[in-house]
Design a protein around this ligand. Structure first.
Ligand SMILES: [Zn+2]
Length: 271
């Protein structure tokens, strides 16, 4: 969000738009937990190259995870949207066979939500938990309404600062899914789009609830994000680790969310 996030709060005050905040509270940890997050993060950073799954095994893994995560993702989405008649929670969840790099993304296609996971990502996964966490995290972007909020911020920014200044700030991190129709271009655009860190942490929080309820280990899953990988793809675009910069805060958020789940505390709306 770079340029836009800097102008965000004055905008909220100026025009009463609440585009920047998260919908849900992002839980944080005490000192012991933070230390544990640091160790787990370092463990994730040290992991080297992995043995790759065969195409068939990767597809089987995706189908197993989809069968368990999709119904929970839909239920959480419907619960979150219960006051809004126009919310769409039926996600078209599938493998993106055209994007040839490790990536996963959520976007809208013809106004319907889609989540895609690429074959290279599936083949590089070490467990069903990892793929489940990636998918749960993408549901978090839908449920947190992150695309709508970024759209709203870009529009308000254009009104106040003039379109040139905002276009310069927004072009790197924002695109309008309705303007991108070819599936290859859609995957490349959606896969290289970066959200603000608070939206990423909100997606980790919501994703942790979904993945846990679907029967997976969110902590094991979150390690996929903690790996030390290049932020750019060979084509010079932001990679999955470029749009999801690995840091201790992500692991800490997942640990803190697990702590809440173990204490029977559900997703909490932000104040
Ligand atoms: Zn994300």
């Amino acid at each position: 969000m770079k340029a836009l996030s800097r102008i965000c709060w004055p905008l909220v005050v100026a025009v009463g738009v609440s585009g920047c905040g998260t919908t849900y509270e992002i839980p944080s940890l005490g000192d012991t937990g933070t230390q544990r997050a640091k160790l787990l993060f370092e463990e994730g950073q040290q992991e080297g190259a992995r043995r790759q799954l065969s195409d068939a095994a990767a597809q089987r893994r995706f189908q197993r995870v989809k069968a368990k995560v999709a119904p929970v993702g839909k239920a959480v989405c419907e619960h979150a949207a219960k006051d809004k008649a126009d919310a769409v929670c039926d996600v078209d969840l599938a493998i993106d066979h055209s994007l040839n790099e490790r990536n996963a993304y959520f976007t809208y296609k013809d106004n319907a939500p889609i989540i895609r996971v690429t074959m290279p990502l599936l083949k590089d996964s070490a467990s069903d938990d990892e793929v489940a966490f990636v998918v749960g995290h993408e549901y978090g972007h839908l449920i947190g309404k992150h695309i709508e909020k970024q759209q709203q911020q870009a529009m308000v920014g254009a009104l106040i600062l003039g379109s040139i200044a905002v276009a310069a700030g927004a072009s790197a991190d924002y695109y309008d899914p309705n303007l991108v129709d070819a599936s290859v271009a859609l995957g490349a655009a959606a896969g290289s789009m970066a959200y603000s860190q608070s939206y990423e942490l909100e997606s980790d929080t919501v994703g942790t609830y979904i993945v846990h309820a679907a029967g997976y280990d969110p902590l094991d899953g979150a390690k996929f994000f903690a790996r030390a990988e290049d932020a750019k793809t060979e084509a010079g675009k932001l990679s999955f680790w470029g749009t999801h910069p690995p840091d201790e805060k992500r692991v800490a958020t997942v640990l803190a969310t697990i702590e809440r789940i173990e204490n029977d505390i559900g997703l909490k709306k932000a104040e």
